[in-house]
Design a protein around this ligand. Structure first.
Ligand code: SAH
Length: 224
């Protein structure tokens, strides 16, 4: 979490080197979009974590953020972002599962507008604070059940879901613009399939991108 302005610049002289090592790792794992690598390099991940975990911010792992939720693994954030951004204009993007706002920050620097939905109120408030500290202002927040999407703001050039449903919600497909893309982890098990879905009028083409591990997409009951 962000306590002061100095925190933005990070944790001493080592942090630049540590961040660079992370970028090297992303490259080794096949991320080759310069735009995505640049944004990953300049997004301070430590401000999204509690003080006690911030020394691990540039490790390529998911970490706990409270409320039984996690901040996504940098590789997965990069992979999902690359899948929607490469050769594709992003005017409006919908993110489902804001968490602490790390993926939101990356998206906000590559898209004109980002809409993001989170069901746990304290996490949404924390994300709002983190993203304001990074001076990202092209983001709209909603406390709600993201599995219904946000039709009033659509259609979207891309939809990113950062929690896993058992099946792709039909209503989300309907909110994709023609030519739009969705990245979504799908499955009931601990390990899910990360799918890229591309809309061409009423056709939806699916590609398997990876195997991933996300928290489940919960429906109903919001947590205040
Ligand atoms: N995008 C985050 C990852 C957050 S983890 C990052 O960059 O680190 C997934 C988040 O999805 C959790 O915060 C969880 O509360 C949220 N979530 C789960 N089901 C949801 C739903 N139906 N609607 C909105 N958010 C949901």
């Amino acid at each position: 979490m962000l306590n002061s302005k100095q925190n933005l610049n990070g944790i001493g002289m080592t942090s630049q080197r540590t961040r660079e090592r992370l970028i090297g790792r992303l490259r080794d794992q096949g991320i080759d979009s310069m735009a995505v690598l640049d944004v990953m390099r300049s997004t301070p991940r430590h401000i999204f974590l509690d003080e006690a975990l911030s020394h691990r911010a540039y490790e390529d792992v998911a970490l706990p953020i409270g409320h039984n939720q996690t901040i996504s693994q940098p590789y997965v954030v990069a992979r999902m972002t690359e899948a929607i951004h490469t050769n594709h204009q992003l005017d409006r993007v919908l993110e489902i599962g804001t968490g602490c706002g790390y993926q939101t920050a990356v998206l906000a620097r590559l898209a004109k507008r980002v809409m993001t939905i989170e069901r746990i109120r304290p996490l949404l408030d924390r994300a709002r604070k983190n993203l304001r500290a990074l001076e990202l202002r092209n983001i709209e927040f909603k406390h709600g059940d993201g599995s219904a999407g946000w039709p009033e703001r659509g259609p979207y050039d891309a939809i990113i879901t950062t929690a896993a449903p058992q099946h792709v919600p039909e209503v989300l497909l309907e909110q994709l613009a023609d030519g739009g893309r969705m990245v979504i982890p799908v499955g009931a098990d601990e390990i899910q399939e990360l799918r890229l879905i591309q809309r061409n009028q009423q056709e939806f083409k699916e590609t398997l991108l990876d195997r991933v591990r996300f928290v489940p997409l919960l429906t109903g009951q919001l947590q205040q």
